[in-house]
Design a protein around this ligand. Structure first.
Ligand SMILES: *Cc1c(COP(=O)(O)O)cnc(C)c1O
Length: 456
């Protein structure tokens, strides 16, 4: 070590002295002592390394900045908002359904204080969390009763465990599906203690296949919507009412996992039909399970609707306690369901995105284009296809428009957009970076442009 290196090292303050300076004390107040002490050590380590490599002792202000940068990254939340410009509406990796304003407000209203979550205000005594949202859910689907749990995977597991443990459940070979995230119907059945009996073939299953498989041990027929793939060609699936009639004639339950749970008819949006809980109940299903955060457009939840005595049985089943739904979810779910009751479909972001007009989308993409052109960035508005995603409507697309940026390296720009202060997730197609306005919330337009202009 030469003399100037030794001098520079001696000029560095100690950890304690740095912590006592007003600037670093302010950081302690903001981020906590443990984090800032660690950040001070890291900053001093780095300064020493740089001096040994021939550098000079850093200025005091540079040290404080380094401490602040480390402290900020250590305390920054890992779960943060992003702008979804992919055009995939129910993007599972990006948190599925964005909530309506009313749902967000309902969450705030119960989050910031106490609530009557399990308290009957009229009687002044203990009430049930399962009373919230359940009546409205039943009303909207035409069910006798409803129950809300943590997610649809929990709903299906609960139903099978409560009604079918140690008994046989019949399911078509074409419906032994993996939903994603490792949720495989055969595994769920096994975990619930029910015995899986496969009937029919991958592409063709008839009611008579189910009938032939019924034994004295059979508890139920389970139907599962093949949410994320489609079998086309030489196929047959028995109608729900045919299966319901068979099940009831033989003293079995018909349980229907419809996955997405569209309360609205997707064909009105020029999409393929998605199973609707109303239709399934009408056809005679005893219990229908679906997600709250797919096409319903609400918070993550598992919704079960069907016959009162079965819903009651599920409510009292011990596993229900382990799958129970949170008050914030119930608040958001009720607010979302109210949109359906009031016919305010355009206030549910998922449906506003599905129903967005091409003219509106083009107008927004053109506004983005003009803003970029003002800064000398070339972009063009192009025709693309958006998808619903999230295990809904596989292979179905919505004609859309996007802003296409032809940059030398779309991957590099995409990475920079992802790692900005407000991350933007774009899609790359045919060597172009595409930004699809369909999934960008209209109130995010300015933030998107700011993020773009900071990176291009
Ligand atoms: C998505 C899906 C599930 C899982 O629902 P989560 O709410 O994600 O737990 C189960 N079954 C089907 C048919 C699905 O599409």
């Amino acid at each position: 070590m030469n003399g100037s290196t030794a001098t520079a090292l001696r000029q560095l303050p100690s950890v304690d002295r740095l912590l006592q300076t007003p600037d670093v004390a302010a950081l302690v107040a903001a981020h906590g002592r443990a984090v800032v002490t660690e950040a001070v050590r890291a900053a001093l380590d780095e300064a020493r390394a740089s001096i040994r490599a021939g550098g000079e002792a850093p200025e005091y202000s540079a040290l404080v900045q380094a401490v602040e940068a480390v402290a900020r990254t250590r305390t920054a939340p890992t779960l943060i908002p992003v702008i979804n410009a992919t055009g995939v509406i129910i993007h599972t990796n990006l948190g599925r359904a964005p909530l309506s304003r009313a749902a967000r407000q309902a969450i705030l209203d119960v989050a910031l204080g106490y609530s009557n979550l399990e308290y009957d205000l009229a009687q002044g005594q203990r009430g049930s969390r399962y009373a919230h949202a359940a009546a409205l859910l039943a009303e909207l689907t035409g069910a006798e009763a409803g129950l809300v749990v943590n997610n649809n995977a929990a709903a299906v597991t609960l139903i099978l465990a409560a009604l079918c443990a140690d008994r046989e459940v019949l399911i078509s070979r074409g419906e032994l599906v993996e939903i994603g995230g490792g949720f495989r119907i055969p595994d769920v059945l096994r975990q619930s203690g029910a015995r899986l009996v496969e009937v029919g073939t991958t592409n063709r299953t008839y009611a008579r296949d189910f009938e032939a498989a019924i034994t004295p041990y059979t508890a139920a027929i389970l139907t599962v919507h093949a949410s994320n793939f489609r079998i086309v060609g030489f196929t047959h699936t028995p109608a729900r009412d045919e299966l319901a009639a068979l099940a009831h004639e033989r003293g079995l339950w018909l349980i229907d996992d419809i996955g997405s749970g569209a309360l609205l008819d997707t064909t009105a949006y020029s999409l393929a039909p998605e199973p609707m809980p109303q239709a399934s109940l009408q056809a005679g299903a005893d219990l229908v399970a679906f997600s709250g955060d797919k096409l319903l457009g609400g918070p993550q939840a598992g919704l079960i609707v069907g016959r009162t005595e079965l819903i009651e049985l599920l409510r009292r089943f011990p596993l229900t306690r382990a799958l129970r739904v949170d008050k914030l979810t119930l608040a958001a779910l009720h607010a979302t369901l109210l949109h359906y009751r009031r016919g305010e479909i355009d206030q549910i972001p998922v449906w506003a995105m599905v129903g967005a007009s091409l003219d509106d989308l083009r107008a927004r993409a053109e506004t983005w284009e003009a803003a970029l052109a003002g800064r000398g960035v070339a972009a063009s508005v192009v025709s693309v296809e958006s998808t619903v995603g999230g295990g809904s409507l596989p292979g179905e697309t919505l004609p859309s428009v996007a802003l296409a940026l032809s940059v030398p390296s779309p991957d590099t720009l995409a990475a920079r957009l992802r790692t900005g202060a407000l991350p933007v997730v774009a899609r790359i197609e045919a060597g172009r970076l595409l930004l699809d306005p369909r999934t960008v919330l209209p109130e995010q337009d300015d933030a998107l442009l700011a993020a773009l202009l900071a990176q291009v």
